[in-house]
Design a protein around this ligand. Structure first.
Ligand SMILES: NC(=O)c1ccc[n+]([C@@H]2O[C@H](COP(=O)([O-])OP(=O)(O)OC[C@H]3O[C@@H](n4cnc5c(N)ncnc54)[C@H](O)[C@@H]3O)[C@@H](O)[C@H]2O)c1
Length: 259
């Protein structure tokens, strides 16, 4: 796995970004890192109380909007509003995500207990449909240039404790790889970031206690590095702070749309 990261920095000052799942964790940390780069951030989430607090702390020109990523109506309204206000959305960070495993489940419990239809619907609606709808909606922005998707290490190595979460992350990675060429033809770059264990609310407390977690700020800074680097993945890992952001070469690659 070569470490080919690096590069010509891109100036992103004055760009407009929408970040989903921005009320907490990786999305919140990315909002802070983007703001430090001079990007205007529109944070979106379903946790409106936390989102409002996070963005009040960030201050103007950044703002918070309610968005359920599983709703195409809400996506359409958000992109239209931001386009009316700012002229368009330049960057979308599709980051909102959920696990199927209940936070209260004991570490050694049977993962088949949450391998259920309701678990499937919950995780696919946010982790898969939410990303697909975000890309469809963002393509309506006249200024879109960069899509970043938070997948997971579970998109590269199956996570036995949550098979449906694993399925959603493998799915999102495959979709992004298949889209790369068509998006590039429209002048839109797509990058997929696969974090390791990060200390956020998504991780059940027993796992937080059992596994070393990296800070959300590490991930926020890695996503900020992605928007400023001219190098293109499209798949990146961010497992440990010591390792940093690394390009990940997916074996094979997609079959071109033109053959
Ligand atoms: N924390 C980790 O160890 C880790 C590792 C790999 C990948 N990830 C991925 O990182 C992303 C961010 O997760 P996090 O770790 O910051 O956890 P988090 O729980 O802190 O953040 C997830 C955010 O998504 C929001 N959300 C949930 N459903 C939503 C919906 N329908 N519409 C809009 N927002 C919604 C939540 O309210 C929350 O604010 C997820 O996609 C997750 O799968 C996390």
């Amino acid at each position: 796995m070569p470490d080919t990261k690096v590069s010509l920095p891109r100036d992103v000052r004055g760009k407009v970004a929408v970040i989903t799942g921005a009320a907490s964790g990786i999305g919140e940390a990315t909002a802070k890192a983007f703001a430090d780069l001079g990007i205007t951030v529109i944070g979106a989430d379903v946790d409106d109380a936390r989102g409002a607090t996070t963005f009040a702390a960030l201050g103007a020109p950044h703002s918070y909007r309610h968005l359920d990523v599983g709703s195409s109506d809400e996506w359409g309204a958000l992109i239209a509003d931001v386009t009316r206000e700012f002229g368009g959305v330049d960057i979308v960070h599709l980051n909102a995500g959920v696990m199927t495993r209940p936070k209260t489940a004991p570490l050694m419990d049977d993962p088949l207990a949450w391998f259920t239809e309701s678990g499937f619907t919950k995780v696919m609606t946010v982790n898969l449909k939410g990303v697909a709808l975000g890309i469809i909606a963002a393509l309506e922005s006249p200024t879109l240039s960069h899509i970043i998707v938070t997948a997971s290490g579970a998109a590269l190595t199956p996570l036995a404790m949550d098979p449906l979460y694993t399925m959603s992350k493998y799915g999102v990675l495959g979709m992004c790889l298949a889209l790369e060429e068509s998006l590039a033809e429209r002048g839109v770059r797509i990058d997929v970031i696969c974090p390791g264990a990060i200390g956020t609310a998504i991780t059940p407390p027993d796992i937080q206690a059992a596994v070393k977690q990296e800070s959300p700020a590490f991930l926020g800074n890695a996503v900020a590095e992605l928007v400023t680097t001219a190098d293109h993945g499209p798949v990146w890992t961010a497992f440990t702070e010591a390792e940093g952001l690394r390009r990940y070469d997916v074996p094979g690659g997609p079959v071109s749309a033109t053959v």
